[in-house]
Ligand binder design. Structure first.
Ligand code: ZN
Length: 367
């Protein structure tokens, strides 16, 4: 296995190779970019490059076959530390970083990375899900970030550098990962055997926004069907807001009893609305709509039925992003849906149907 297994991100590979050649790799990196684009795979590959026993580190090109490379792939290399948020926890537990109460600073990632490397010449640590570091966790990490042990490399993985505290950000070299191209998403879906059908892979990738995990989410037929119906309702304005809210709530509740499952589903719903209003913003500014035929068709119909002002589309888009932030802040899905749909419905009324005093109502466009 070499870097050729990694899809996209070629310029980041080059940047790191350049640093490695000059012996100037950083001690702490923050990998920032949307979920599902291969940041963790990339981090593991970097660890493999640094721990490979055949190829020199300056080449930053793991052989893929030596015992060290294989142990990194199996996440069993003694000089590699990887931690991530357990599925049943809402935060990255402090004990994973600095040990439990009885063993503070004698266990955990910060302690283990400070030990002498046992096999390779380096220790490498990967903190996946750094989005779920709370203040206490981030503070526990600061000393290690400030003065990483000699020849240790610490990699934090986050969906956005802005989600990290400034004290964490300022101590890391930030590498920004971009969404994958459509072709790369298709190739990952096929090579990892999520589907054997290219046609299916292309259909999912078209909705994936450059993310493999997003594309996989759209593999669920029910979600694609909902998307089409929801886009039609948004385009045609054919339901009163309470009925549209009910339509959305029912779909979100069908995700199961777990709050996290419902929130995840609501995130998908908001992604649909977000894409719709984003395209409307483009079109009202004279740009062409992009996306799959279901989305572009909905946008065109909406334009024909009375949308002409870019500020309305921008207000709706802004309100969708606000709702996304509320989901991230763990607000109740039902409450988010009712307020969000009601306000967007008010904002998106065609001009001839808008109440004369719309702008003075509390449900009117913000700003
Ligand atoms: Zn190797």
């Amino acid at each position: 296995m070499t870097w050729t297994d990694i899809r996209g991100h070629a310029e980041i590979v080059e940047q790191l190779r350049h640093s490695a050649k000059k012996g100037r790799l950083a001690g702490t990196y923050l990998f920032a970019g949307p979920a599902g684009i291969g940041k963790r795979t990339f981090a593991t590959k970097l660890a493999q490059s640094l721990l490979c026993e055949v190829n020199s580190e300056a080449a930053l090109n793991p052989c893929g076959h030596c015992p060290a490379c294989q142990q990194v792939t199996a996440l069993s290399h003694p000089d590699l530390e990887v931690i991530s948020k357990p599925p049943d926890k809402s935060l990255l537990p402090l004990e994973l970083l600095i040990g439990d109460r009885e063993h503070r600073m004698q266990e955990g990632l910060c302690h283990r990375i400070s030990l002498k490397p046992s096999r390779g010449g380096r220790k490498v640590a990967i903190i996946d899900d750094a989005d779920y570091l709370n203040q206490e966790g981030a503070n526990a990490l600061l000393k290690t970030l400030e003065e990483p042990p000699a020849r240790a490399v610490l990699i934090l993985i986050t969906t956005s550098a802005q989600r990290q505290l400034p004290t964490v950000r300022s101590r890391c070299q930030i590498l920004r990962f971009q969404p994958l191209s459509f072709d790369d998403v298709v190739e990952v879906l096929l090579s990892r055997e999520y589907t054997a059908s290219r046609e299916e892979a292309e259909a999912w990738a078209a909705l994936g926004d450059g993310s493999v995990s997003q594309a996989l989410a759209w593999s669920e037929a029910g979600l694609r069907e909902f998307r089409e119906q929801f886009l039609n309702h948004l385009a045609d304005n054919d339901l009163p807001s309470y009925e549209l809210a009910k339509f959305v709530s029912t779909f979100v509740e069908e995700a199961g009893k777990e709050a996290s499952d419902r929130r995840n589903r609501l995130r998908h719903v908001l992604t649909i609305a977000n894409a719709f209003y984003r395209q409307l913003c483009h079109v009202t500014q004279g740009l062409p709509a992009t996306g799959d035929p279901v989305l572009t068709g909905a946008v065109t119909r909406s334009m024909n039925s009375g949308w002409s002002r870019s500020d309305k589309a921008a207000s709706c888009l802004e309100r969708c992003m606000e709702a996304e932030a509320q989901v991230d802040a763990n607000a109740q899905p039902v409450t988010i849906i009712e307020c969000w749909i009601d306000e967007v419905a008010q904002m998106s009324l065609p001009a001839q149907r808008a109440p004369a005093n719309l702008s003075s109502q509390k449900t009117g466009p913000r700003r």
